[in-house]
Design a protein around this ligand. Structure first.
Ligand code: COA
Length: 188
C-alpha cells in the first residue's frame, strides 16, 4: 500500500483529531523509511525516535507493526514496544502501554500481539507474550497479563475477563462470560 493510502486511511478515521492525524502521518513516514532501509532511512528513523520521544512524549517505534486505520484519542504518553504487532482498526488512548516484561534475572517474557479492532482504554498496560483477540476491549487502567479472547472485555489490575461481547445479540452487547474459567473474578 502506498504511503499516501496509509495516511489517507488513518486520517479518515481520525477526522477532527488533527494532532492524531499529524502524528500518524509522521509515524507512517517513519515506518516507510524503516522498511526501505538504507542510510537515509536509518538516519530518519533515529531522528524520528528522538523527536517523537523528546517533543511529542510518545513512543510509537518505526519498527512496530501497526495495521491500517489506527485511531488515537488524546495522543499523549503512548508507549509501544518496537516488537509489538497491532492489527487493523484499533483504538489507542492516552497513557496506553503495550510492551514487554523483564524478569528479575534480566530475561524477557516477550511482547504482546494484538488482533484487529481492539480498543484500549486510557492508561491500560498490556504486557508479556500474550495475544489480545480481535475486537477485544481493554478497560481504562487495566493491567493485562493474560491472553484475551476475541471480543473479550478485560478490567482491573490485574485484569480479569469480565465478559465476552456477542456481536449477534439483539442489543449488540454481551454474553456473560460464565463459560470461561475466569468469570468468577472481580472486576479488579
Ligand atoms: C471497558 C469498557 C469499554 C466497558 O464499557 P461498558 O461495556 O460500557 O461497561 P459499563 O460502563 O457498562 O460498566 C460495566 C461494569 O464495569 C465497571 N467498569 C467500567 N469500566 C471499568 C474500569 N476501567 N475498571 C474497572 N471497572 C470498570 C463498571 O463500574 C460497571 O460495574 P457494575 O456492573 O458493577 O456497575 C469501558 O468501561 C472503558 O474502560 N472504556 C475506556 C474509556 C476511556 O478510556 N475513556 C477515556 C476518555 S478520555
Amino acid at each position: 500500500m502506498s504511503l499516501f493510502k496509509w495516511v489517507f486511511q488513518d486520517w479518515a478515521v481520525n477526522d477532527g483529531y488533527r494532532d492524531s492525524q499529524l502524528i500518524l502521518a509522521w509515524f507512517r513516514l517513519a515506518q516507510r523509511a524503516h522498511s526501505g532501509g538504507g542510510l537515509v532511512g536509518r538516519l530518519f528513523c533515529v531522528f524520528y525516535r528522538l523527536f517523537t520521544s523528546l517533543f511529542l512524549a510518545i513512543e510509537i517505534p518505526a519498527e512496530a507493526t501497526v495495521g491500517p486505520r489506527l485511531r488515537i484519542y488524546h495522543p499523549h504518553s503512548i508507549v509501544l514496544n518496537p516488537g509489538v504487532v497491532i492489527g487493523a482498526d484499533c483504538i489507542l488512548r492516552q497513557n496506553v502501554t503495550v510492551g514487554n516484561v523483564v524478569r528479575r534475572d534480566g530475561t524477557e517474557k516477550g511482547v504482546a500481539s494484538v488482533g484487529d479492532g481492539v480498543e484500549f482504554g486510557a492508561g491500560c498496560v498490556v504486557v508479556g507474550a500474550i495475544h489480545v483477540g480481535d475486537h477485544a476491549r481493554i478497560a481504562a487502567l487495566a493491567l493485562v497479563l493474560d491472553d484475551v479472547p476475541p471480543r473479550g472485555v478485560m478490567m482491573g489490575n490485574p485484569a480479569r475477563l469480565v465478559r465476552v461481547d456477542n456481536p449477534a445479540s439483539a442489543n449488540g452487547m454481551v454474553t456473560p462470560a460464565s463459560a470461561t474459567s475466569r468469570t468468577d473474578s472481580s472486576n479488579g
